[in-house]
Each structure stands twice: as C-alpha cells, then as structure tokens.
Design a protein around this ligand. Structure first.
Ligand SMILES: *Cc1c(COP(=O)(O)O)cnc(C)c1O
Length: 425
C-alpha cells in the first residue's frame, strides 16, 4: 500500500468531503518552494502551505534554532514561570509591532489568538460592570474555526450548522471600492443600536474570502468611529502579518492603531504552531485588580512554548534581513507585470495585488460555490501539473514563499494562463 492509501484508512482531513476526495499526495520532502511526494513528483508550493511559510521548506536556519532550543529547554509551563526565549521574543515584538501594542498573550494557532482577543474584550467590560455583549465583524470574514472565532467569521458553509450556539455578532459590508460609505454607515448603525465590545477585522486583505482587498484610508475611518464610541478594535493579522502585504504588518499602512492584534501563521516561519495576541496597556490594566476574579482565566498547555518562541525569533531574524525585503519587492513587481498581461484574457473578470499576494477572479456566468465545481476542476488541474494553488469559488490566488525563484513564479503564472484558456470554458 502507498502512503496515500494508508492515509485513507485512518486520517480525517480538514475541509474535506471524504466521499468525494481521497488519495491525497503524500509529501515526503521539502526544500525552498518545492515539495516532493512519495512517487518523486515535484510541486511548487505557491500558497506557502496555507500562508505559513515565508522562507521555504526545511529551512536550515530555522531548523538549527529549533534544534538548539530543543536540546537546551524544550518546554516549561508558563503558569508561574517564565524563560529567556519568551522574554527575548517580547523585546523583539515591542520593536516591530505598532507602538501601542505593549502586552503579549501566547497561544497555539490563529483561532485561539482570535478567541483570546474576543474573550479579553468581553471580560474587560465585564470587569468594569459594563454590559457589552456584541462583536462587529465583516461579512465574508474568516477568523478561525473555534466557537468564538467561528462566530465572527462570515463564510456561511463553515458555520451554518452552529448558528444557534454562537456569540452575538453584527456583520457589516467589507469596504471594497464603491462600498466604503455603506460599510461606515453599517458600522455606525451597529454601534448605535447594540452594546458593542469590539470590532474584529482582517486588515486590508480578507484571505479566506478570496484575497478580497480594500484601502487603508477607509479602515482608518472605521477605526476612528470605533475609537469615538469606545469600542475596541482587533486586527486579525494571522494571514497578513510578517510581510505579506509588503510591510511588516498590514496595520503599518494605517494612521490609526488597533487595540489588539492577532498573529500566527508565518510567526514561526511555518515550523511550530504558535500564536500571539497583543494588547494595549489600557486593556491589560482592565484586568489588574485586588479581585482575583478579574484576572484573565484563559490559557493553553503549551502557552509560550520555548521552542516555538525560538522558532519565532529565528523567523523574525530572517524577516529583517535586507534579502527578504528584496524578495518581497521582486515578487510584487513580478505580480504587477503578470496582472498587466493577464487582465486582457477574456476569462478574467478582475485582478488585484497587494505585496506578495496576487488574486484573479475568473469570469463566470453565475456565482460559484466556495468548494464548487469550477474550483475543483482548477485545483485538480494545478495539482496534476505540479503547482499547489487552492482557488476559492472563482478566485485563483498566489501567496508564495518569499524565497520563490522567478523561474518558479513564471511556471505558476504560465499554468494559470493555461488554466484560463483550457479549463475555464
Ligand atoms: C487562518 C486564519 C485564522 C485561523 O488560524 P488557524 O491557525 O487556522 O486556527 C484566523 N484568522 C485569519 C485571518 C486566518 O487567515
């Protein structure tokens, strides 16, 4: 039996209808932007393995940092203890995050980073005896799959089975071009009619919605409205963080600063699951009290795991190398040239680029399901041809590791063009 066949016997995959899908490629090795399966077939990982991997697979620098940490101190509980790597990481975060982000809470993944932000928002007001029970979020947002994160996510098929068991959330339109006023009005209305604790958003790019983009200026206006109404703002930078938009964080494009930020995905360079929720001093101070019950009673067993912290430090070190900025700019420039050319293709409805993210909407007669027929045809075409891309609905996007070569990038572009001409008809 092959690895793929054995996998079918035991394993339950995410977002997968197992009646329709089986025999997934079994990956046995990775290097830079490449992966190889058990048959020796090579793939270009054009989505950085779900947006986590800026510096390539099996990166030796990250591996060395992790090995050194594992053989020094692999883990210690963070309840009642601290350690050198988390202190070093915090000192680094102070330097790179927006200047108002002063306190850091650690967890394991993007969903938990969002849960922590939402729970802290609600408890902050609870501690003060103020009733605020509502969260505002964007339609079509994705913030994760645990209950709180799911409640603030808007993608219907991910959450429809659980509608009776979710937080109170008001959804406002994403302020894409032409919808800015509608979005602002909806926010103002939501704040006027509800006891809103926080507004959570993916800054500038909504990843899982299909790399939907909007401008920093309108986000500044939304944040201004929240500030005036004493509503906390939560920037979910789980996808956008660590360089993907061309700046270190998408929030670096703003004049305003969010009250909280959620970080995960590329935090450890795609090596160890880890997440951070960062806070202003004001929020942290809302939990300081003579009353023990006012503490934040939230934690995860592996909170601030030293090996994860060491991986994050090593990854941020790579991120700060001039070479990385050059790569990000190089990919961005390549995307712009491809965008200019592919726009003319008859099967293209729209294109957009931000930093290293490129997205293209295929022209379709009717709205396509998230995991619909066109998406599946395209996905299979790309995999068959050795490129990992996961279109959503009728959107094809590229989010490559920063180390991807021009040659690989052009292979990806050419295959997308071929798909538009041969698969989409
Ligand atoms: C992926 C993602 C999450 C959830 O992260 P997980 O690690 O999958 O739990 C949350 N927010 C955004 C914006 C994401 O892209």
């Amino acid at each position: 039996m092959t690895l793929s066949e054995k996998d079918n016997l035991y394993n339950w995959h995410p977002y997968t209808q197992h009646q329709l899908q089986s025999n997934f490629p079994a990956i046995v090795k990775g290097e830079n932007e490449f992966l190889w399966d058990e048959n020796g077939k090579q793939y270009i990982d054009a989505i950085a393995s779900w947006w986590v991997n800026p510096f390539g697979h099996a990166n030796p620098f990250l591996a060395q940092a992790i090995y050194t940490q594992l053989t020094t101190l692999e883990h210690v509980l963070f309840g009642g203890f601290t350690h050198n790597k988390v202190v070093e990481l915090a000192e680094k975060l102070v330097q790179i995050l927006p200047s108002n982000q002063k306190k850091y809470f650690y967890s394991d993944n993007g969903s938990t980073a969002v849960e922590v932000a939402i729970k802290a928002s609600l408890q902050y007001f609870y501690n003060k005896g103020i009733k605020k029970n509502t969260i505002v979020a964007f339609e079509d947002a994705f913030h994760g799959d645990t209950f709180g994160a799911m409640a603030v996510s808007g993608i219907g098929l991910f959450t429809e089975a659980f509608q009776d068991a979710l937080l109170h959330v008001i959804r406002i339109p994403v302020p894409v071009k032409g919808k800015e006023e509608e979005s602002k009005k909806a926010l103002q209305k939501a704040l006027a009619e509800n006891e809103v604790a926080a507004f959570v958003f993916e800054p500038l790019v909504l990843g899982a919605a299909g790399m939907v983009m909007y401008e920093a200026s309108v986000l500044d206006e939304l944040l201004e409205i929240c500030k005036k109404n004493k509503v906390f703002t939560i920037a979910d930078e789980v996808m956008t963080g660590f360089g993907k938009t061309g700046k270190l964080f998408a929030c670096d494009y703003l004049n305003m600063q969010p009250d909280m930020m959620c970080l995960s995905k590329a935090l450890t360079g795609g090596t160890i699951p880890m997440a951070i929720t960062s806070f202003t001093q004001e929020i942290f101070d809302g939990f300081i009290s003579e009353n023990t019950n006012h503490a934040f009673f939230h934690g995860h067993t592996f909170t601030a795991n030293p090996t994860g912290c060491a991986a994050a430090l090593a990854s941020i070190h790579l991120l700060e190398q001039p070479e990385t900025k050059k790569n990000i700019d190089r990919i961005h420039a390549n995307h712009l040239v491809f965008e200019h050319n592919i726009r003319l293709n008859n099967n293209v409805a729209a294109t957009r680029v931000k930093g290293i993210i490129f997205a293209l909407e295929v022209k379709v007669a009717e709205k396509q399901a998230y995991y619909g027929a066109l998406r599946n045809k395209l996905y299979d075409f790309f995999i068959t041809n050795g490129v990992i891309l996961r279109p959503v609905g009728n959107t094809i996007y590229i989010l490559p590791p920063y180390c991807i070569s021009d040659e690989s990038l052009h292979t990806v572009y050419e295959l997308i063009e071929k798909a538009l001409n041969e698969v989409v008809c």
